[in-house]
Write a protein that binds this ligand. Structure first.
Ligand code: ZN
Length: 101
């Protein structure tokens, strides 16, 4: 189903699936430019989430390395970094939800 959602978009007017390559909805004739704009915005929030997730992954690795080196300060900083990444991930999700439901 993932490939279906990548190839099609829901029409904002009639709700039926429309090819993202279509200039307008074949069901009701609505121009699809607005939907493409929403999709671009959604990609921006997905990028924010992706960066946040990446920070979390790096932070987990740093926590593991810091723990192995028995450096409590480094563990603390790594945990802080994880928190920052997690917040960014949550904010990205929240913004996507706020703008797109
Ligand atoms: Zn339509």
């Amino acid at each position: 189903m993932a490939s279906d959602t990548q190839k099609t978009l829901p029409c904002p007017d009639c709700g039926k699936t429309v090819s993202r390559l279509a200039a307008s909805c074949p069901h009701c004739g609505r121009p699809m430019e607005a939907a493409q704009l929403i999709e671009q915005t959604a990609k921006k929030y997905k990028l924010i989430q992706l960066i946040g997730f990446g920070i979390c992954v790096v932070a987990v690795l740093l926590v593991a390395v810091s723990a192995a080196c028995q450096s409590e300060v480094a563990v603390g900083l790594s945990c802080l970094l994880f928190g920052v990444g997690f917040i960014q991930f949550v904010v990205g999700r929240g913004l996507a939800w706020w703008h797109h439901g």
